[in-house]
Ligand binder design. Structure first.
Ligand SMILES: *Cc1c(COP(=O)(O)O)cnc(C)c1O
Length: 362
């Protein structure tokens, strides 16, 4: 039976990936040197394609790293001498904060659950904060922070760098990159690709800040420091041997998304999310964790299952629907459903139908 992966990452791959993999073998992508012209052309195509798809300013850098978690560490190492400030809406925001602590910085944080929005009037961000970190969409709680709020924080704190974890909301989230400095994601979620590649979109001002820290004698990391990555990127290269195959697949994915059009991808995501929430809001056995529609994740809804989620997940799996279990302590209480571009409206309808049926039997 063909399974459909509604898991939040790794997730369902784009339907065209098997074909692209065969082509990659034929084209000797698997032996491609990362120091040759072919690789530089590939890097350039991904760079140009992503900038077009996501409307990224041409002077911003696109760096290839290994994962979303690595991007958290790189952001702190390169942009924070002492103080970062973290808006935390779930476990991934917590992780970002912890990494700052582990690296010996003095981070502060404010935490909010999905029931309530942050109120900028009451948030105290210290004047000497160097980096303000956001999780746009926290995959553990199915909560999102509206971009408008992030821009308002930037306007009130123009000297601080703004970093956004958009790992589980790319390419859906529409960002005005001019107002932010670091946006990062990995490819195994919304891009529908195999895991093993992370991307950072970095402003020129962030690269300059990292260089300043280095000049002051501060350690900003080694082969993946912003200045090192930028020097390589200027030649369409990476400092080390990267995941060339995933970059090749990403380029194919970006071209497909460009053909569909980002507006349609975003509209379809909203449409599928509306269907899911409508179903779960009405159903007495389910309770979406976030009720405020502004704070609700469009890409990774998290739903509480009254009486436990284990049996439901097991029987759905028997029918080929692989749905995510709850995060951490909520493993058997919640379900998490990916609503990424690789999953079609029809597949979402099939999932809803299967859940309805399960419930009749229960
Ligand atoms: C998955 C995820 C991460 C971690 O990404 P990795 O590529 O697994 O390191 C970070 N933040 C969010 C919001 C995520 O969903």
């Amino acid at each position: 039976m063909k399974k459909i992966y509604f898991t939040v990452g790794p997730s369902q791959i784009l339907p065209t990936i098997p074909g692209h993999l065969k082509q990659a073998v034929k084209d000797d992508v698997l032996s491609m040197s990362h120091r040759g012209k072919e690789f530089a052309d590939l890097y350039k195509r991904v760079d140009t394609g992503l900038k077009k798809l996501l409307n990224i300013p041409s002077d911003y850098y696109i760096f290839f790293i290994s994962s979303g978690t690595e991007a958290m560490e790189r952001s702190i190492q390169n942009l924070v001498e002492k103080k970062s400030f973290h808006f935390v809406i779930g476990k991934f925001g917590d992780r970002f904060f912890e990494i700052a602590q582990e690296l010996g910085r003095q981070p502060e944080m404010i935490e909010q659950d999905g029931a309530q929005a942050f109120d900028l009037k009451t948030v105290q961000i210290p004047k000497d904060t160097e980096l303000i970190a956001f999780t746009h969409n926290d995959t553990s709680t199915g909560t999102q922070i509206p971009m408008k709020f992030i821009y308002d924080v930037h306007t009130k704190n123009p000297n601080a760098m703004i970093a956004i974890d958009s790992v589980s909301s790319m390419p859906y989230v529409d960002i005005d990159y001019k107002q932010v400095d670091v946006v990062f994601f990995s490819v195994q979620k919304g891009f529908g690709l195999p895991a093993g590649l992370g991307l950072m979109i970095v402003s020129p001002r962030a690269v300059a800040k990292a260089s300043e820290l280095a000049q002051k004698g501060f350690s900003i990391g080694s082969y993946h420091s912003f200045p090192t990555l930028a020097a390589s990127a200027d030649k369409y290269q990476t400092p080390e041997t990267p995941n060339v195959l995933d970059m090749y697949l990403l380029e194919k994915g970006v071209q497909e998304f460009l053909k569909i059009g980002i507006k349609k991808i975003r509209r379809d995501t909203d449409r599928k999310a509306a269907l899911l929430y409508k179903f779960f809001d009405k159903h007495p056995q389910f309770r979406p964790l976030v009720t405020d529609t502004v704070l609700r994740s469009q890409t990774t809804p998290v739903i509480e299952v009254i009486g436990g989620s284990k049996d439901l997940l097991t029987s759905l799996a028997k029918k080929g629907f692989i749905v995510g279990f709850g995060y951490g302590a909520y493993k058997d209480q919640h379900i998490r459903i990916a609503n990424f571009p690789a999953l079609s409206l029809n597949q979402v309808k099939l999932l809803i139908r299967a859940i309805k049926e399960e419930n009749r039997h229960a």
